[in-house]
Design a protein around this ligand. Sequence first.
Ligand code: GDP
Length: 196
Amino acid sequence: LFARPWDFVTSIADMRQLPASDGLEIALAGRSNVGKSSLINALTGRRDLARTSNTPGRTQMLNFFTAPESGLTLVDMPGYGYAEAPKAMVDTWTALVFSYLRGRPNLRRVFLLIDSRHGIKANDLETMQLLDKAAVVYQVVLTKADKIKTGQMSRLLDATAEILRKRPAAYPMIIETSSEKGLGLDVLRAEIANLV
Ligand code: GDP
């Protein structure tokens, strides 16, 4: 699945542009700057597949990638939680994401990225609420694990597990990753491969 470089399929800002839903789909979501682009690039072995973006507020798009001949599509969901996002932008994000979550029968799981330094924030909880409402299974992936110490990580894992226990669509296993150090990528790849 990850042995060969992935291909870019399309970017959409409107549900009418959705590509055909053949094969399974998984999606990655998270706050802006959580390390989503870095993780997608590390996972797929393509350096600039998902552009690491320093431009918050750009057009919010769902980006589709595929592994050649695998029947698997990976969807990069637009980042959320910009400090100064106007309400209209948040509403647009919510509408696009929710209609995608609700209208995608082949969407198997959403990996919800959480920055290890910050843990789950209010807007992550709002995203979890959307996922619970859409009944799409989501799994937490902690990013930038290299940034915190072992003791902090074990407290973070406990606190995160406690939150997930109360969420109907949350998958209990938490994955720790660092794109920078290559940590946990094999675990995440195996988790994805298991879904196919
Ligand atoms: P995105 O906005 O979610 O796509 O986040 P990016 O992938 O652009 O990353 C945001 C910032 O976090 C960049 O400065 C990255 O270099 C940094 N970053 C991403 N992953 C890691 C990681 O695993 N470890 C560390 N230390 N920094 C990371």
